[in-house]
Ligand binder design. Sequence first.
Ligand code: NAD
Length: 246
Amino acid sequence: MNLSDRVALVTGSGQGIGRAIALKLAETGATVIVNDVNGRAQSVADEIRATGRQSLAVLADVGSSKDVARLVETAVSTFGKIDILVNNAGISRDQLLIRMSDEDWDKVININLKSVFLCTRATLKHMLRARWGRIISITSVVGLVGNPGQANYAAAKAGIIGFTKTCAKEVASRSITANTIAPGFIDTEMTKRLLKSQRQELLKRIPLGHFGSPDDVAEAVAFLASEEAKYITGQILGVDGGLAGI
Ligand code: NAD
């Protein structure tokens, strides 16, 4: 796989899975725009530049239409194009459905789902002109099988799947593919919040017997972003140790 001459935008890539994706795409040759809402974006961009690749950090809230417009315009005016969009930014605000507040519902839907629409719409304009593109969105096994306490998160992640399948059909004629990756449980800040007992219960349900690493997801993204994956679109790729059995 070789992503030289490709420009990639990875949302929420200041830490965790997004950071691993940004570093992997850079290692494979791409120029990477590192987006996040905080200063960690700059340190990841510095890390990439230290390896000799081009990178730019852009602070932006992907749940805001205005911020997304600025993010995409900054990326295009700096590097001339965006070939690869990775919709990775996400949050969780867990609570049983009966006690879930309007605010926690809206926040998770906005940052996990509306952001995918906003970033894809803004980026597609440039990909359509270039007649090439890769849109890769990070969903979750939770969007496929559900999880108690995560009605908002599951709804957003399931929404990403329907969105991607529609997008894939709308843009296929221009050599643009749209796919999702559905991680299972990956060792990051997000899963550090699990109780020890919850973790042990989950481990029993994962056929491979352990949580995944951010790099496991990053490898799958690099493949879907490559020329080699040109005939794959509208798909859900599980990276879950066999958990969901997709
Ligand atoms: P994380 O919390 O470690 O990282 C998420 C990053 O997104 C953070 O750097 C955060 O600052 C950034 N972010 C949050 N809101 C943002 C916004 N409005 N605009 C821009 N950036 C924003 O989480 P992670 O575990 O690395 O998760 C990354 C993605 O993978 C998420 O979409 C998550 O839902 C998904 N996922 C994670 C797991 C897991 O087990 N960790 C499993 C399935 C799916």
